[in-house]
Design a protein around this ligand. Sequence first.
Ligand code: BGC
Length: 750
Amino acid sequence: MTLKEKIAFCSGRDFWHTKECRELQLPSVMLSDGPNGLRKQGEKTDIIGMNRSEKATCFPGASLLACSFSTDTAFEYGRLLGEEARAMEVDAVLGPGINIKRNPLCGRNFEYLSEDPQLAGKMAAAYVRGMQSTGTGSCLKHFACNSQEYFRMTSDSLVDERALREIYLRAFEIAVKEAKPQLIMGAYNLINGVYCCSDKKLMDDILRKEWGFEGAVVTDWAAVADRAESFEAGCDLIMPGGNAWQEDRIKGRVSEERIEASFNAVADFARKHSEKREKSSFSEEEHHEAVRGICEDCAVLLSNKGGILPLKNLEDTCFIGYMAQDIRYQGAGSSMINPSRLDQITGLYPGVPYAPGCSRNGDTSPEMLKEAVELAAKHRNVIAFVGLPDTYESEGFDRDNMRLPQGQLKLIDELLKVNENVIVLLFSGSAVELDFADEVKAVLYMGLPGQAGARAAMNLVLGKAVPSGRLAETWPMKYEDCVSSAYYGSRCGMKDAQYRESIYVGYRYYDKAQVPVRYQFGWGLSYTSFSYSDLWVSEDGKTATVAVRNTGDYPGKEAVLLYVCPPEEQLFRPKRELKAFEKVFLEPGEEKKVTLRIDDSAYSTWNGGWKVYSGKYTVQVGELEKSVDIEGEEYSPMDVPEWYLHPAGAPTEQDFIGIYGALPEKAAGAPFTINSTLADMKESSILLRIAYNVYELISARKNGRGSAVYRGTMSIANECPIRAIQNNLLIKGKFDEIIVRMVNRKKQPA
Ligand code: BGC
């Protein structure tokens, strides 16, 4: 094959397929979104879920999956999804998404696992192993530091090396090393001034050479800024495809060796799918039931005053809240599934009196309130179904705030005036402010539970299943308590993301700065109770055992969490970090010895390389702790601004410069480049304004102006670089350069 043919083979055939290679008898491979079900599209394709896909099982969102703290559950989730992919003739699934939840407002948090890299990494590894055990390939995404939607395709994540290694790359490292995913997806954004898909340090030095990744690197859809640079970096496959003109730009700028390497990586990937697999089938009913079970394993009981839950039955109970008739079960964007079936609470229990109390988007009216309050006053118990409507969280934009809709808050207030037994069932893909938490009797967090979520929720309410989930992210009292709230995303007009807080993400910040939170990372109640005893830690600190006993009346599962606390004198470190977890099932009265493996990295920190510093470390499990002497290098204090030693409030830009170095200067306005967005150029070009408005009309007609898909598509269009518009719309020729030249010419002074 000629070099030109090899280059062409490294870009997609169409939106969802790689190219076939007749010379090597390699088939075209089909990829599909992910991560919480299959979004297999037919002829009409798109990245944000505008066009419907084939019916498939809609699994609970990843942010809920992580709450199971169970790698067995994650394995099963991946396996079922892999099986479904086989039946639907999809070769590889674009998931799991394992970006770290840096800030609660990130619009895609519902697709991500956790604020903690150990949990995200281990759960992702199990998901990938499960999926790949079926022969379906898995694709980790989005590599890396893609923790905001605001200007997601051109935003620069400015992050210090320590945070990069310990927090943002760590989950990827665990999943790559433990599960060998077939693919990894390069993110849209830049890291420290370099587009991820052009970042040789990221893709080659770290991913391949350090971690031993043997799969293929695929770009996020239209993420490639410069094909020559991306070949050099080790980014193998560009999706959804390039065109001859863009490939021409490569000429003379890339070594043959790099092209050869990428060609081989894509060919190896295709080879894994070259044998025509027998088309398997799956039972829709069984998968529906299985995802119900998964959901029950994940839901988190946040509060349960006086043990009001479980209810013995639904006598003298009413349902209130629109989500009882129209459950919020999945997020919007590229992960949006066309569910094979969908349980609704009111459909499952038609005999239980019900009032919506608010509308689909969370507004209310005096009439709706009156109806709901009258019903609540007549019943002993009220189950209130509230949460974030889909216009609040989606791919493509970040949340405006951390609150539930005003109408729902008003509704809860009114219900509390007439009924003392208000039980809240909460549906959202990420943390929300819960000012009413102490006033209601119970809160059961259902995340975005997938298509069987309604039945799972009611099984938990009625004690047919016992809650065992724990929060995979901290829930602050209010958004402003979150360290990055002062400088995060659209609310602060920060297109580039300054990761000023460094390693102090999630509980690492709240613990160290002693900020009280609503619910801590790892929080979750059960209907039964557990006691811990006999913690033992091996001398080398690599193994711990603990006896766990079910001391209550229900059979139940307990997630056992192990933290390691570094020596106190090592100041620029979190107070403690999760380093291992295990989930066990226990009958009432039963005791089991749980073994937790603590891997080598548990005692190390990044300081120009991985370092283990000598000292007395503390291993904590529940209320128990044991200290362990670790031998290593002598700790030398790091020379950093005071904030990093004793964080309080938000770090300033000056503090950040103290650990990061000088911040890059960014030129704004003309001359524009192919990386400029419509938002940058619209004001300088009537043509672009017209194009944008036409697109707006199409999206409004198709999706409705009030919908999440509309909001997502419009912000993506506005914040999309011109070269990505070309790639996503599969436009041939020199479109991007022509547009840029045209707009620049207009800008030139006469
Ligand atoms: C998203 C990816 C997704 C891809 C294909 C992109 O916009 O960021 O997560 O897999 O589209 O739909």
